[in-house]
Structure formats: C-alpha cells, structure tokens
Design a protein around this ligand. Structure first.
Ligand code: PMT
Length: 441
C-alpha cells in the first residue's frame, strides 16, 4: 500500500541530485532518467570537479531545468543553497566522492552542494564511489558510521571494477538500486505521517532523600533514537523521559520527569488519542516507602563534650543519634512497588472503542530472554515486546548498540547487532508495516 502511495506521490516530488567528481558521474545521467520514469521532478547540482567529467549541458538537456553550479550563479536568487534545499523532497548525492562524504559528515560547507546539504532537512541519500583505500581509510569509515547513525541512507558502494584498474569495493551502486533506495527512503519518510506516538525513555529516579535514589543504568539512547526516527518518518512525537544527558531531537515534544509515579502521570495525560505507544523506559519497579526531606546522616554527630569525658564518648552512639533524628536504619528502609506504567495504560486501552494505540514494550532480561519476554507480552497486554539481553555489556543499558528479539503473539524474530539508531529504524519500519496490514484487514 505504501509503495503505491509513494509512487503516486512521486509525481509531485522533487529529487535534488548532487553530482560530484567521480568517474561514475556519467551514471548519474541514467539515474536522472530513472527518476523521471518513476514520476519525480529532478534538479541537478554539480560540483566543479564533476563538470570536468560530464558537461552541465547534458543534465540541463535531460532535466529541462537549469543546473546549479555555484553559490552565486543565480542573480535572481542570492541564497541559492537555501531555496534549493527547501524545494527538495529528497537530496541524493550520486556519485558521492570521499571528499564530499567526509565534508558532509563533519558539517563542512564550502561550495554549493555541501552548503545545500547542510541546509537540507529532507531525507538524504548518499551513493559513495571511491578508490578502495579511500573507502577503507578509518576517517571515511568513521564518517560513514556517523552519517548512518544520523539517519542518512547510504547505498553501496559495491565491489567491482574500479577506475584505478583494480577489482575491489568502492564502485557506485547501479542507478536502478539507487532509484529503488530513494523510493524506499521516501516511503519510510512518510510511513508514520499523521500518527501520534508516545515514547517513554531513560531511567526513573526514586529518591530516598535529596541525595540518594534507586535507579537503573539506562542512558535514554534507545528512546531518544526512537523519537528521532519517528519524527523523520513524519510522526508527531511526545517523549517522556527520566533524567538523561541527551538532547531532545528537534521537532519532538519533550516531557522530562524524575520518578515512576511522575512518568505514569504524564504518560496517562498524553495516552488518549495516540496511535502508537512505545515503553522503552527502564522504570524502577520499587521506590522507598518514605522520602526524606533532608539528607539522612550516615555517621554519628558530635555531642557536647562533658567534663571528665573520654574521647570515645565524644560521639553519640549511632543508634541514639538515629533515634533522635527519627531516621530509619539502613537495614530498615522499606520499599513499595511502583505502578507498572505499561500495564496500567494497556488496561486503559481496553476501554477504548478504537482499539488504539498499538502498544510496544521492551523486556530487559538477563536469562531466559525469550520465555520472559513472551510472558511479559501476555501479562502486560502489549502487541509487541522488544527483548534485549542486558547481561551482555555490548548491548542493552548505555551501550551504543543493541540486538533484539521481536516477540509477538504469532511468533518471534531476532535482529543482528546494530546501532541503537538503526534498531530504532527497524522497530519503526516493523510497526508501520504492521499498522498498514491492520488497516487493510
Ligand atoms: O536507555 P538505554 O541506555 O539505551 O538502554 C535501553 C534499555 C536497556 C533501557 C531498553 O532497551 C530496555 O530494555 N528498556 C526496558 C527496560 C525495563 O525496564 O524492562 P522490564 O523488563 O523491567 O519492563 C518491561 C516493560 O514494562 C518495559 O517496556 C518497561 O518500560 C515497562 N515498565 C516496567 C516497569 C514499570 N513499573 N513500568 C513500566 O512501564
């Protein structure tokens, strides 16, 4: 369904095609034709080096549009890069040289194409083409990782015959693959448009006193990555997060909270009317029964010195001090159970006629990962549980990457190890597909 919708909407969409100075620049001519056949309007920006390999007149003829060559080449438009960026529904750079790729990854903007890329807010696709040593260079690899983590679609490069005469990786993907990937990218960009999504993230803090609390090592990365990906797919996102050091992604409504009770209260307020609710927060299951206004004292406090007193009696006994302060002893601190936010709101869903929202929970497990996640799917009444083995330091809490098992009533499926940003994309693609199938049935 999305594919047809996307092909239909391609008719009104503009692909801004950046062509850089690689020998593969001639293949960009074929790419223009493929975009046009798919229904896109194409505009071309060429770097100076690209013009030494293919003439601007070729692209002018193919697109029947002026080709943008320089920051100041349009006398009617003194801020060419901004209007080009605003016009684009997708920015595609094919071929993308190592130079341009590394510049974009580092925010360098020193010509028309790189300034446009920096100003661009539309989905960005890069099709790298370069010598294998340049590709394997750790700087290029770092740039590729950073770009992928920022949600940029990277297509290829592939292995094959390279301009330098060797057979190795670095060859630009075929124009057919790049065109298909562009359609897929736009498909994803719209897959959640019109949907309102609630996401819980991070840890909660359950204070015992102003300086001590119960919590978990959650960094919030998973929930924030989900929020960023959801906005990129056109969703309207509210992110309710416990304390983290992360910056809320642009375009997301941010609701910071501290405790589980506060998280429940805010999630409850935003729950009605959302289409999708994702509970990725690591909520503390317990909190101290009593929260003390002042810091609990660990040591005895000095008592007034009496005459003939020896140095040992300078301090009150710990027990006497504790009783006077009406403090609990550490071994006496009582815990009470926190509300289960997911289960509470899933129960509320039963009252809604719409059957909405689609509910996704996580399961942080250290053993029997699949069985425990399957039990949580039922006990919490979720539609999908994303289970992760948090005993593995490479994945789970505060790590950069994760590997998950998607658990649904009809079965389960494991993912590869990938960055949390990529996993967020995979999760949202799966949710979008499930919802589109539900809409059809
Ligand atoms: O934030 P990061 O550093 O990126 O780490 C990611 C993560 C490990 C926190 C994430 O991948 C994860 O597993 N989140 C869920 C952690 C958790 O609390 O799991 P759980 O198995 O205890 O809870 C199951 C589900 O119930 C979760 O969706 C949880 O949000 C929800 N829950 C649990 C307890 C509670 N009181 N209220 C809840 O809503």
């Amino acid at each position: 369904m999305y594919y047809n919708e996307c092909m239909e909407s391609a008719k009104q969409q503009t692909v801004l095609l950046g062509v850089t100075g690689s020998i593969a620049a001639y293949k960009a001519c074929e790419l223009v034709r493929l975009y046009q056949r798919s229904g896109f309007k194409v505009k071309v920006i060429m770097t100076q080096r690209a013009q030494e390999l293919v003439g601007a007149a070729t692209f002018r003829g193919l697109t029947r549009q002026p080709v943008a060559l320089d920051l100041f080449d349009d006398p009617r438009n003194p801020i060419n890069h901004i209007s080009l960026a605003q016009e684009a529904d997708a920015l595609v750079i094919a071929p993308c040289t190592a130079n341009v790729l590394n510049k974009i990854a580092n925010g360098v903007a020193d010509d028309l194409l790189t300034t446009t890329a920096l100003a661009n807010e539309a989905p960005l696709l890069l099709a790298p083409a370069m010598n294998v040593a340049m590709l394997k260079n750790s700087i290029t690899q770092k740039s590729l990782k950073a770009l992928a983590s920022a949600g940029v679609t990277i297509v290829g490069p592939e292995s094959g015959y390279l301009a330098c005469g060797t057979e190795d990786s670095g060859r630009m993907s075929s124009p057919e693959d790049i065109c298909l990937a562009t359609v897929g990218m736009l498909l994803r960009a719209k897959s959640l448009s019109g949907k309102r999504i609630l996401i819980t993230a991070g840890p909660t803090r359950e204070h015992l006193d102003p300086v001590r609390y119960l919590s978990s090592p959650s960094s919030g990365k998973t929930g924030f990555a989900l929020a960023q990906e959801a906005v990129a797919r056109g969703a309207d996102v509210v992110l309710i997060s416990g304390p983290t050091h992360l910056t809320c992604p642009l375009g997301v409504e941010y609701v910071p909270v501290t405790s589980a009770e506060e998280m429940l209260q805010k999630a409850s307020k935003h729950f009605d009317g959302v289409d999708i609710a994702i509970f990725s927060a690591a909520v503390s299951d317990f909190r101290p029964a009593e929260q003390h206004k002042h810091k609990l004292k660990k040591r005895t406090t000095p008592a007034p010195i009496q005459e003939n007193q020896n140095s040992l009696s300078f301090f009150k006994s710990q027990e006497q001090d504790r009783i006077e302060r009406k403090q609990p002893s550490l071994s006496e601190i009582k815990l009470v159970e926190n509300p289960d936010i997911l289960a509470t709101l899933a129960a509320r869903r039963r009252e809604f006629q719409s059957g909405k929202p689609y509910i996704v929970g996580f399961a942080a497990e250290t053993e029997n990962v699949l069985a425990n996640a399957q039990a949580k799917l039922i006990s919490k009444d979720a539609d999908l549980i994303i289970a992760n083995d948090v005993s593995d330091p490479l994945i789970g809490f505060a790590s950069e990457s994760n590997r998950a098992i998607f658990v649904e009533s009809l079965g389960h499926e494991s993912t590869e190890l990938m960055s949390k940003q990529m996993l967020a994309g995979v999760i949202l693609d799966r949710i979008a597909t499930t919802l589109s199938i539900k809409n059809l049935t």
